[in-house]
Design a protein around this ligand. Sequence first.
Ligand SMILES: [Zn+2]
Length: 235
Amino acid sequence: MPTSIQVRLAQRAAAGVRCEVPACSLFVDRIGRYCDAHGKRDERNGHPTAAAVSKGELRPLVEQCAQFIAAQRDHAGIRAALDWLAAVLAAGRPVAPWRVHRKTMAGERVSAWMAAHAADGVEPAQILATVIALYLLQEQRPHRFAGSDRFFRHQLAIRVLRLGRGTWVCNGPAGRGTTWRHRVTSGTRETLSVLLVGTLGTLSIQAARSMERRRTEPLPRLPGEHHPFAGRLMP
Ligand SMILES: [Zn+2]
């Protein structure tokens, strides 16, 4: 017979199970690996301590990737990736905000996001540039993702999901309102990132490495730059 949650919690409290984050000595206060604060961060970011990748941090890399993609339009892999993304966007099924609830399946949420992106005019090339930019960041700063594949994937999903403008919801007089977006649940990020990384990962790594090689390529040396110069030094 499985142990009930109450019994497991009581056992943990008695055993004094502490948060897994080094230097955090708080007790785990629920069924999980972290204390309340680190647990919430893990749920929101995909990692208990690492800082989320902001839009501003990624922007220069996205611009670089967008140029790369534009220059590589005839590359078979880039073309296939753009076609695949166009199909994913077209297959999205909208879900009305009031029909999304806590138990809405992750696949359905991802589909709703893709429909919203399509409606917002998010282009396949924008999504691909964002995905490759995350891989480029990984190439340039290998420690940025704290060695966590899950954190990398979740940040990738968040940056892709935030490409849309969201829906302006009027909730009062004088045009006041808020931008409404589907909630980015951990399950949504997991499902979307597995899909994107699974399909675009290999191509994105190749593209990021190619861009990095070009950036770090040594400048050509001048022939004869080490030859001794003519004439004698003054005595
Ligand atoms: Zn903690």
